[in-house]
Design a protein around this ligand. Structure first.
Ligand SMILES: Nc1nc2c(ncn2[C@@H]2O[C@H](COP(=O)(O)OP(=O)(O)OP(=O)(O)O)[C@@H](O)[C@H]2O)c(=O)[nH]1
Ligand SMILES: [Mg+2]
Length: 398
């Protein structure tokens, strides 16, 4: 890669066609400092009919490279899609001085940020000839946008498709929880987002969960770490028992005016250093099959179907099936007391009482106690508001 400023080729805002000058297979979409390129990708859908799980491949697929699979999850707008591009520029070896930035993602700019920008799951596969590592990065729609709960539920359905399809994803090296480093408010909505993300995974994934903290000023991310610890998010821990985290301020696309260049360079370098550390951690052999996670997703789907059928026809078999489903979930899920399970308890417990299932009721009551703890209350209230269930009934029914 060459340095356009050093060679005096480009001044601010000068429009010239640089597409032929990129070392990579890309199209220039915005000349300037930095020049912005769109990487050319081969595109297809993994779920052929529904078109909600897509796969974009950059470069020539090479199975001899060491591949890393990274899943990005988190709240809408916290920076997952931008993080995909940051990772890929790292893999391409782009430096700040190159005065260029490559994007693989394709989303509209200047749109309403309260709405999730990403509406499907995209698997980005990236093969760079001179790099012995290839990346598979899975970008997911963010939780908690204005369209709410129903839309969020679709994410787990798309993941089932992705993990079950023969051509889909069967193992994961890292689950990255993308979060703003200034995250401090733990409102019901934030708890709900933590529950939503955590209830997607099997227990065995805990040690693969790390945090990518965006919009960082480079200082200690005290707020985000407090939030993670307060919400008791299961994750990988470092030698000081802190959640493993990496700092980013992904402003690589911003114009490099003389006034801000120093700051933009410094945040670029912070991101590069974080990527070095992140990839060093990923060198450890810590790959997990998605099998248990897939079981969790399917069991959640079974439970929801069961409860929904029960709200029409009251059948003992369905009731028993729902109980067994909850017990199965509590054995395999990363978060047994997630709002998604707890929300069904005030419906199921009185019905099991009628059937005299005392031991079962005790097990569910134990689970429900956890729902009354402060850290679960907010998430549960959020889910119940959306599903039209009565919160007071949940708290007072015994
Ligand atoms: N300043 C700053 N802006 C960022 C950072 N990361 C992302 N952004 C901006 O924040 C906005 C949202 O980022 P996205 O990457 O689309 O967020 P997302 O998590 O993919 O959002 P959804 O697809 O809605 O879930 C975009 O305008 C990004 O350019 C960051 O680290 N610093
Ligand atoms: Mg996105």
């Amino acid at each position: 890669m060459f340095n356009m400023r050093e060679k005096g080729i480009l001044e601010y805002d000068q429009i010239v066609d640089l597409s032929s000058r990129s070392h990579h297979d890309a199209i220039l979409i915005n000349p300037g400092l930095p020049a912005l390129y769109q990487l050319n990708t081969l595109r297809k859908y993994i779920d052929k009919t529904e078109k909600k799980v897509r796969q974009w491949t950059y470069g020539r697929r090479d199975r001899n490279k060491q591949n890393k699979v990274i899943l990005l999850v988190g709240e809408t707008g916290d920076g997952k899609t931008m993080m995909v591009n940051t990772m890929i520029n790292y893999l391409l070896g782009v430096k700040f001085e190159d005065e260029e930035f490559y994007q693989i993602t394709e989303e509209g700019e200047d749109v309403d940020q309260s709405q999730s920008q990403t509406s499907e799951i995209t698997v980005y596969e990236v093969f760079v000839e001179e790099n012995p590592t290839s990346l598979t990065i899975i970008d997911t729609p963010g939780y908690g946008d204005t369209e709410g709960y129903e839309k969020d539920r679709e994410i787990s359905e798309y993941l089932i498709r992705l993990f079950s399809d023969e051509e889909g994803i069967h193992y994961i090296d890292a689950v990255c929880f993308v979060m703003k480093s200034s995250q401090n408010r733990l409102s019901g909505k934030e708890h709900y987002i933590f529950h939503s993300v955590l209830s997607l995974f099997g227990k065995d994934i805990e040690n693969n969960i790390v945090f990518l903290l965006t919009q960082s000023d480079g200082g200690p991310p005290t707020d985000a770490l407090n939030a993670i610890n307060k919400a008791e998010i299961p994750c990988r821990r470092d030698e000081d028992n802190q959640p493993v985290h990496f700092l980013f301020n992904n402003r690589q696309k911003e114009k490099r005016n003389k006034r801000y260049k120093r700051v933009l360079k410094s945040v670029w370098e912070m991101g590069d250093k974080s990527m070095d550390e992140f990839f060093t951690l990923m060198d450890e052999k810590n790959r997990k099959s998605v099998e248990m996670t897939l079981d969790v997703l399917k069991e959640r789907r079974r439970l929801e179907a069961c409860v929904s059928n029960l709200r029409e026809t009251e059948k003992s078999e369905l009731l028993h099936e729902a109980y067994i489903s909850i017990m199965n979930l509590s054995k395999i899920t990363l978060k047994a007391d997630s709002a998604f399970t707890l929300q069904h308890l005030d419906f199921l417990i009185p019905r099991l009482k009628k059937e005299g299932k005392d031991e079962w009721i005790q097990n569910l009551e134990d689970l429900r106690k956890r729902g009354e703890e402060q850290k679960s209350k907010g998430a549960l209230r959020y889910v119940m508001d959306y599903t039209g269930q009565k919160w007071n009934q949940f708290l007072h029914f015994k």
